[in-house]
Design a protein around this ligand. Structure first.
Ligand code: ADP
Length: 247
């Protein structure tokens, strides 16, 4: 593939904290419509890689190209506007608002107050909210206050709040942590529904879930890429087996 084929090209990315290399010369190329999963032991640098891509942490060296944009030179807001959405582990939904309202406040509506007021009752907005609610399995809960949703439904709502901004790259940090088996299965279904026209980059520990969703897996260890490829490939890679079973 040439570089134009990739939605995201991370090249030789490094960051040090007080001389400690948390991310050490990492390169990672994500294609359009790809679900990429990053796995690795605690402290491997997974979260830091996502923090670097979304601009929360600044790289010491290396580049992060998203389409034709160099993200290492952009603000966190600029990166969101460029089309990168990030979901953290703890949901940032508004408990006292309904599902509909949570999605509505996440709708990108420009910067003016007047624009926001005019948008509120726009039919196109309502239709988009209903479409997203369907995707995240909450079509029947639109009028429900978010506090009454199950743990899994809250996670889906937050994914919906990102989807309504139509990001081309969606980054998720342990999306199925604490979910039931059936919620995990539906989350896999959800991710497979939303990758048309976008890519998903996921940090995940649940190997059964990784097998269900990953097109490709990147294994990080001590800040470096230890292995990469299909789940079948990485799980039989002796280097990976040693890291996971060796201690
Ligand atoms: P993972 O997500 O794979 O568990 P992290 O990316 O959270 O790993 O952390 C990688 C390493 O970098 C860890 O040793 C962690 O303690 C360190 N680290 C992460 N963020 C910071 C920070 N802001 N300051 C200092 N050390 C950090």
């Amino acid at each position: 593939s040439t570089h134009q084929d990739f939605l995201l090209s991370v090249e030789a990315l490094s960051v040090s904290f007080d001389g400690f290399k948390a991310v050490d010369d990492v390169s990672l190329y994500v294609e359009p419509n790809e679900i990429r999963v990053i796995i690795g032991p605690n402290g491997a640098g997974k979260t830091t890689v996502l923090d670097l891509i979304c601009g929360k942490t600044r790289a010491t060296s290396g580049s992060i190209r998203f389409r034709d944009k160099e993200l290492t030179r952009m603000s966190e807001n600029g990166i969101v506007e460029a089309g990168v959405g990030r979901k953290f582990q703890n949901p940032s939904i508004y408990d006292d608002l309904t599902v509909f309202e949570n999605l509505e406040i996440s709708y990108p509506r420009g910067r003016s107050v007047l624009g926001a007021l005019l948008f509120r009752r726009d039919r196109a907005v309502r239709e988009r909210i209903e479409e997203i609610a369907e995707t995240i399995f909450l079509a029947d809960q639109l009028a429900e206050r978010a506090e009454y949703l199950s743990h899994g439904q809250k996670q889906w709502l937050e994914i919906g709040m990102l989807l309504i901004q139509d990001p081309e790259l969606l980054m998720l940090d342990e999306p199925v942590a604490g979910m039931s088996v059936s919620e995990r299965r539906k989350t896999a279904e959800l991710l497979n529904k939303i990758i048309v026209g976008r890519s998903v980059l996921v940090i995940e520990h649940d190997m059964k879930f990784v097998e269900d969703i990953a097109h490709r897996v990147t294994v990080l260890h001590q800040g470096k890429v230890l292995s990469e490829g299909s789940m079948e490939h990485v799980k039989t890679d002796p280097k990976v087996v040693e890291v996971y079973l060796g201690h």
